[in-house]
Ligand binder design. Structure first.
Ligand SMILES: N[C@@H](CCC(=O)N[C@@H](CS)C(=O)NCC(=O)O)C(=O)O
Length: 218
């Protein structure tokens, strides 16, 4: 049995970890669950040991790690000795680190605020109130995507930091796909560089293997 176990919830950020494990060519056991009523089932939460019942959760030997960003850092630190995914060159490294954090703390944060507004807006709110709220919140999302679009235009390759994927792409991909798919604050805007980059991510052999093993779909 490989020492690594990935607790994977369907339609989630867990694809980041599966893709990363595939990029690193690390064998792993998979504990998979579909969602039930859009949530992680109680028994799956309890079995994972994650105090918040959130996924991904990763075990490596005796170590258990929560948070996709922390899992990303741990796996790169421990298994990416060549700096393929987290480059050694300081400029590149900082750029990758910036996207690793932006993926969760900026880009997804802004978009998820809209998702929560849609989910929890009072049913008896005045007509047009949700639309107005969403419109106000969309400025941040559009700024984030414009930034991503311009960084992709400036990259010398198909990915954020050149011609092969790094931790930057692995963390950002699901954030961007989730926003475009859910039209979370995009208000009909077009993002051709992001669309092209998302295709390039999906065409990598490592991403395809991750999807094949996990059955991931967003
Ligand atoms: N910041 C955390 C977020 C984890 C998280 O919210 N995961 C969602 C899936 S994308 C989850 O497990 N949801 C299950 C539920 O709320 O029932 C991370 O990056 O790992």
């Amino acid at each position: 049995m490989p020492p690594i176990t990935l607790w994977f919830l369907q339609s989630s950020r867990c694809i980041r970890t599966a893709w990363l494990l595939e990029e690193l060519n690390l064998p792993y056991n998979l504990k998979f669950s579909d969602r039930v009523n859009a949530r992680a089932p109680d028994e799956f939460r309890a079995a994972s040991g994650n105090p918040l019942g959130k996924f991904p959760t990763l075990q490596d030997g005796n170590l258990t790690i929560y948070e996709s960003g922390a899992i990303n850092d741990y796996l790169c630190e421990t298994y990416d000795k060549e700096g393929k995914l987290f480059p050694h060159d300081p400029k590149q490294r900082n750029k990758v680190r910036q996207w690793v954090h932006a993926a969760e703390a900026t880009v997804l944060l802004h978009a998820i605020a809209i998702y929560y507004a849609r989910s929890y807006f009072p049913k008896n709110a005045p007509a047009g109130a949700l639309e107005a709220t969403e419109k106000g919140m969309s400025a941040n999302v559009q700024a984030d995507l414009a930034w991503l679009e311009s960084e992709l235009s400036a990259s010398p390759g198909k990915f954020l930091c050149g011609d092969h994927p790094t931790a930057a792409d692995i963390m950002m991909q699901v954030s961007a796909e989730y926003i475009l798919k859910g039209k979370l604050g995009t208000q009909g805007k077009e993002y051709p560089m992001i669309e092209k980059w998302l295709e390039a991510c999906k065409e990598t052999e490592s991403y395809k293997r991750a999807v094949q093993k996990t059955g991931h779909k967003l």
